[in-house]
Design a protein around this ligand. Structure first.
Ligand SMILES: [Zn+2]
Length: 188
């Protein structure tokens, strides 16, 4: 019988079914229980089951061209910084920080970052340089930009009005944004 804390690989034998019942991460065949995943063994003595806690996933390492989603936390005339929550659809905890210079925001002329992204917006972008801290990203393409924003007057959700413009249905405030083409329809 193998004991709690033992490190196992898929296919390693654990015990026979007279000693314990197969739990998560194990399977039974011909009276023997084996590991199906890489991880550490846990023997629940009360329930008489053996299970395996999978080895923790490798931390995500951001790369150039990865798609990020994050919340704008600081905005000034020339720069925005994001707290990155997702990289290629996978949530990241703790979050990375990513910045964008105004020249990487849109192909259209832009005088101030405040006309494209506001603090609190949820933004999708693409990493252009992953060798720097913070990461650097762009929102130049149609699929990138703000995917969710709140009215800066009343705090209600903004709706798409036309390219580059969002509107608040609550107070009729109209605000400029660099919006992603699926604004309001994006799923995290
Ligand atoms: Zn409003």
């Amino acid at each position: 019988m193998i004991s709690t804390g033992e490190f196992l690989l898929p296919g390693d034998s654990i015990c026979n079914i007279e000693e314990a019942l197969p739990g998560e991460g194990t399977y039974e065949t011909e009276g023997m229980i084996y590991a199906t995943v890489t991880g550490t063994l846990f023997l629940d003595k009360r329930r008489r089951t053996v299970s395996i806690f999978p080895k923790v996933r490798k931390p995500l390492v951001p790369k150039r061209d990865d798609i990020i989603i994050g919340q704008a936390d600081h905005v000034n005339k020339h720069m925005v910084s994001l707290a990155v929550k997702y990289i290629n659809g996978q949530s990241v905890e703790p979050s990375y920080s990513a910045i964008m210079h105004i020249s990487h925001c849109t192909r259209a002329y832009l005088d101030s970052m405040f006309d494209a992204i506001k603090a609190g917006d949820i933004v999708r972008g693409k990493i252009t340089d992953a060798h720097t801290i913070p990461l650097q990203f762009t929102t130049t393409y149609n699929e990138f930009g703000v995917i969710y924003g709140l009215c800066s007057i009343c705090g209600e959700k903004l709706h798409y009005l036309r390219r580059g413009t969002l509107k608040c249905d609550n107070c009729s405030n109209v605000e400029p944004r660099k919006v992603a083409e699926d604004y309001g329809r994006a799923r995290l």
